[in-house]
Write a protein that binds this ligand. Sequence first.
Ligand code: GUN
Length: 307
Amino acid sequence: MILVSMTEPKMEKIMTAQIIDGKLIAAQVRENVAAEVAKRTAEGKAKPVLATVLIGDRVDSAAYVSAKGKACLELGMGSINQHLPADISQEELEKVIRDLNADPAVNGILVQLPLPEHLNEERVLQLISIEKDVDGFSPINIGRLAQKGREPVFVPCTPGGCIYLLEQAGVKIEGANAVVLGRSNIVGMPAALLLIGKNATVTVCHSRTKNLESVVRQADILIAAIGKTQMVRGSWIKPGAAVIDVGINSIPDASKKSGHRLVGDVNFDEAKEVAGFITPVPGGVGPMTIAMLMKNTLRAAQIQQGE
Ligand code: GUN
């Protein structure tokens, strides 16, 4: 009698991360927002309106603001763009913000950062009405985010998008060791606060952190927002970790028509062989920022209409 083994031949297990498709998840968020906006307008309610304020002529800022305005229109919302000269005075800029605060047709206000050097960012951000602060950068919103038992009206869009991606991918945040690379006001710090609020144990790393690699290697969840091209190597990643790459860096690539391509703060090709989950660049966190902004703008309209 011949015995046939029913066991599979032994194969070496190669770990390949699940790619978190930010483009798809952002499209779903946008679809939900568009459906809610359509429902509201069908009921005769005013469409949500986002006012963007762009100061000066930074090409990157202009592109971001234009993408935000375009998204509003695609989702059935209104968009107003105030493009102000680079040499505008603090007083003139503050008047623009006060007028937008007072305008009942404006639901959300976004001042594109960074501002030209001579302007006081803190004073500008604290002037934005908390109920219109769809970027979540006003000191009151950030202060509430930083305090236990308090709720911000709005959560900053990019960090909020990072958390949303983790949750959609089914990554458990509670009790996880989370490492945030970078401590910027726009991403790193609010991302750390959000993770703490979700009961992760959080370490924030920055340019003065010692033994960075070994700290990163402890991370069950890594949020990389340090702006350094492919700095995080595959060997830094804990096997099975969830890696959220916020970096958007341009590198030369002769094979592309444009002569360059975008990469993150993580070496994707290496990291995907070790991580359990990873966001690509482009197509990971990037599309989430605008999707969360649209969600916040809809929420702003609901709040202002007493809903
Ligand atoms: N500059 C870079 N990212 C952002 C953002 O999310 N909001 C604003 N207002 N400015 C930015």
